[in-house]
Design a protein around this ligand. Structure first.
Ligand code: NDP
Length: 320
């Protein structure tokens, strides 16, 4: 079985930053990218709030830069999914990971940077039209709805961003917000509110995505008046937040109810020695590329320290 000092799971800003630091510390890290190399930022357009890019940068391009920087210092990047984790609770013992449901690999330290995935409403009709009018990524799929009317669900920054993006190519975008106010930041909210072809319906919930083979409309209900109506639309974009990708660690790592991994405050340390959690997998508050990158750095520095301390202990035991 392959044995490594450090395996990084995930290839978003947290994973790549951990890789840069771990590689520069000579840990010879191996990274498993997951099914979406580059993570969530590969499905976004302009990133304007990552320091160092005064003119902004496209998400996929930024992730390419992260990757090049991680590779420059010797990170081995492998396309693959960690499908099972057998984490040891004994300090210094190897952790075992299964890759793509077949190969097993071991590491003294594991840096988790698995991020989070889009949430859906859970309606049967939403499932029925998945990929045929229902999407959770306007940046990925918006192009297919050029010239068509669409609906976006959600009141956070994601919904605001998706609505603004879609409004550039669709004649009409209707945003459905279940509360009477946005959760999005004021700047994003204002951008939507000042876009003439976006209509925002507050207190509005989705009852059904309608259509035959593809989506043709959305049946909604005003949760204050009880009034129901059908909004004609050929695209239904769900932008209601994300779920941390931490299922494979369930029962082994301490987590909250939603699945965010608990870390010791101010650190990337989990309840198991040699296992560090970084990025959106452990952060439900900030969830920003820059905070993810910062926590990736913390994870790598802690992994380095852990390995050093462990090796020193082994060495002194051998001497005595
Ligand atoms: P959020 O959790 O911030 O917002 C989710 C939205 O979806 C809320 O309006 C919520 O409503 C609504 N919602 C949740 N569940 C349902 C449901 N079942 N039916 C209807 N509506 C529902 O998620 P986001 O993905 O928008 O943002 C996540 C984080 O990423 C935030 O910190 C955000 O700032 C950041 N972000 C930043 C961007 C940028 O700076 N460019 C772009 C995108 C995201 P309610 O308020 O009622 O719970």
């Amino acid at each position: 079985m392959e044995k490594h000092n450090c395996i990084i799971i995930g290839s978003g800003p947290a994973g790549y930053t951990a890789a840069i630091y771990a590689a520069r510390a000579n840990l010879k890290p191996v990274m498993y990218t997951g099914m979406e190399p580059g993570g969530q930022l590969t499905t976004t357009t302009d990133v304007e709030n990552f320091p160092g890019y005064p003119e902004g940068i496209m998400g996929p391009e930024m992730m390419e830069d992260f990757k090049k920087q991680a590779e420059r210092f010797g990170t081995e990047i492998r396309f693959g999914m960690v499908t099972k984790a057998e984490l040891s609770s004994v300090p210094g013992e190897y952790h075992t990971l299964t890759i793509d449901e077949k190969d097993k690999i071991q590491a003294k330290t594991v840096i988790i940077a698995t991020g989070a995935s889009a949430k859906y409403l859970g309606l049967d009709s939403e499932k029925q039209f998945m990929g045929h009018g229902v999407s959770a990524c306007a940046i990925c799929d918006g192009f297919f709805y050029k010239g068509l009317e669409v609906v976006v669900v959600g009141g956070g920054d994601s919904a605001a961003e998706e609505a603004t993006y879609l409004a550039k190519m669709c004649p009409k975008v209707t945003v459905l917000i279940r509360k009477d106010h946005w959760r999005a930041s004021k700047i994003m909210e204002n951008r939507v509110m000042n876009t003439p072809n976006i209509e925002v319906l507050f207190n509005t919930e989705t009852l059904e995505v309608m259509g035959d083979k593809t989506v043709s409309g959305v049946r909604v209900k005003n949760n204050q008046t009880g009034e129901e109506k059908v909004i004609p639309a050929e695209g239904f974009f769900v932008a209601i937040g994300h779920k941390p990708n931490t299922g494979i660690f369930k029962g082994q790592l301490d987590m909250d109810d939603v699945g965010y991994i608990k870390t010791k405050p101010g650190t990337a340390t989990t309840n198991l020695s040699g296992v560090f959690a970084t990025g959106d997998a452990q952060d439900k508050i900030y969830r920003q590329a820059v905070t993810a990158a910062g926590s990736g750095c913390m994870g790598a520095l802690e992994a380095e320290r852990y390995l050093q301390e462990y090796e020193e202990k082994v060495e002194s035991a051998q001497l005595s």
